[in-house]
Design a protein around this ligand. Sequence first.
Ligand code: C5P
Length: 143
Amino acid sequence: MGGDRHRLAADGAIHVVAGVLSDARGRILLARRTAGRDLAGAWEFPGGKVEPGETPLQALDRELHEELGIRIDRAEPLIAVPQAYPDKRIVLDVYRVGSFTGKAQGLEKQALAWAPPDKLATYPMPPADRPVVAALTQASLCL
Ligand code: C5P
């Protein structure tokens, strides 16, 4: 979405936002990257690139609305992960979505999975998403 109009951080890294959403049973939403995209088949925390003029939360709300059909009511920053991929550098800016409206659906034909927190580590993920699992594990230990 949005072609190449993504936002570059001061150091040239692409600013990407992602959301951690849970259901009433505490399971966490993962979306599978579709064929033809980079990292196809990997399970990611859903999100995408921040466009010029957007705040990270506006970008996250737009991406989750486009991809899943939901709207964010409340979200808090969880972790920001700098990651070098072969062709680019990104910063994955991850928010814990405390409350959202709507039922998540794979509107871009992507598979969705609601994963129990202790099973997250078993899903193949983009490298930037791995530290998010560690941060979530850490956060739940601190509850
Ligand atoms: O989804 P999109 O292709 O716009 O994401 C931009 C870049 O951020 C891609 O390289 C993608 O692999 C990466 N990304 C990621 N983890 C996510 C979302 C996106 O590593 N949860």
